[in-house]
Design a protein around this ligand. Structure first.
Ligand code: SF4
Ligand code: SF4
Length: 116
């Protein structure tokens, strides 16, 4: 599995999306998963306000391309070198949309305009 360069962007709504589960520990502030993601800013740090400096990683569903490079479970039980703690799962994009009552677009939303 190749390591991502974090420079690509999404061109099409994926069939599956990555989500981090409650098993995500944040890897003590050095998330091993991020380096596998080819998409800039797709995996991001969310601080645990009650237990600083701990936190966890979340995946932006508007940016994820469903490439599965961040997960550790491959087809037929193969082991991939994504998250070593098995804290990332792939879910059908249709299910994510139904759960959140949001239709995800193909392309990421444009960055917010800078006032001034
Ligand atoms: S998803 Fe896995 S590799 Fe990434 S921060 Fe969480 S536990 Fe670590
Ligand atoms: S599946 Fe994982 S590695 Fe691929 S774009 Fe989504 S978060 Fe990044």
């Amino acid at each position: 599995m190749s390591v991502g360069d974090g420079k690509a962007t999404r061109k099409k709504r994926p069939r599956i999306l990555a989500i981090t589960t409650d098993c995500c520990t944040g890897c003590a502030g050095s998330p091993a998963c991020i380096e596998y993601c080819p998409i800039e800013a797709c995996m991001f740090w969310v601080p645990d306000e009650d237990h600083p400096p701990f936190g966890r990683i979340e995946v932006d569903p508007y940016l994820c391309i469903g490439c599965q490079k961040c997960i550790s479970k491959g087809p037929d039980g193969a082991f991939l070198d994504g998250c070593p703690w098995d804290a990332i799962e792939m879910i059908p994009t249709d299910d994510w949309e139904a759960m959140h009552e949001i239709a995800l677009p193909d392309l990421p939303p444009p960055p917010p305009a800078i006032a001034g």
